[in-house]
Ligand binder design. Structure first.
Ligand code: UDP
Length: 249
């Protein structure tokens, strides 16, 4: 298999899992998988479905760039290498069924839950936990629920929360330099070989709210969720600011 940085001695095998936006394939190395990024988009627990042309390329390339940056800052991630525009070679993780959300500015469900206006700054970033369950619609949970459901050990959860805030401390200023406000984002963590914890999944406009610094224009999946138009252009703009030239797709 050819990786953009080197040739690795692994072959792609059968599909392990197909999600809404990605497909995961096994490889000949039991500790490695391939994440394939699709253009399919869903929102509101898959009630709304559509396609965002070129999204898979943007999400794959942007995630790779940010995972490399996080690795340099000492955050362990599942990223191993980039195979192509839509394929990422990753460590195989046993994903912890918790969505960890970090927030810097009030938006989305936090605005609804608190009545605070969207756009209100949050002085000290907050971390929220949600149960990763399509059947239940990803309900918010707390540390006691995590313990009751045996989703993670107290030590794992403490590491996840600490790491989520470290990731925010790396990404927020990085994005601001590129005129993007990192409003909030979702992370998934998992256990790799020897139960060591890694950041998994992706970091992209599907999983982050990103606003233009000057105009506060939304440059993320909210354009799709809220039918604001210009969805593809927003993804390409984020790509341009964080990765480089726009993709051809
Ligand atoms: N998010 C995500 N996947 C989910 C739920 C949320 O990637 O299943 C991201 C979302 O893009 C946003 C952040 O997590 O950047 C916070 O989302 P929120 O709780 O406000 O939920 P929403 O109102 O978007 O459903």
């Amino acid at each position: 298999m050819k990786h953009e940085e080197a040739t690795v001695n692994v072959e792609q095998r059968g599909k392990l899992y197909e999600g809404k936006a990605k497909i995961v394939y096994a490889t000949s190395d039991r500790n490695l998988v391939v994440q394939y990024f699709k253009d399919d988009a869903t929102a509101f627990n898959a009630l709304k479905k559509g396609t965002i042309v070129g999204k898979g390329v943007v999400n794959n390339r942007m995630s790779a760039t940010l995972f490399r940056r996080l690795a340099k800052a000492g955050v362990p991630t599942h990223y191993v290498g980039t195979l192509s525009d839509r394929e990422m070679l990753c460590r195989r993780l046993d994903i912890i069924k918790i969505e960890t959300i970090v927030r810097n500015v009030v938006a989305g469900s936090l605005a609804k839950r608190t009545g605070l206006e969207e756009g209100t700054p949050i002085t000290q970033p907050i971390v929220e936990l949600y149960l990763k369950s399509d059947a239940l619609g990803d309900p918010m949970i707390n540390e006691d629920h995590v313990r009751m459901l045996r989703l993670a050990t107290p030590a794992e959860l403490a590491w996840m929360k600490r790491t989520a805030l470290r990731i925010n401390a790396v990404l927020r200023p990085h994005m601001l330099k590129r005129d993007l406000i990192l409003v909030d984002f979702k992370l998934e963590f998992g256990r790799g070989a020897g139960r060591k914890l890694y950041l998994g999944d992706e970091i992209s406009p599907d999983t982050c709210r990103l606003w233009d610094r000057a105009t506060r224009e939304k440059l993320d999946k909210d354009r799709f969720r809220r039918d604001l138009g210009g969805v593809e252009d927003a993804y390409q703009e984020v790509y341009r600011r964080l990765v480089g030239e726009p993709t051809d797709a």
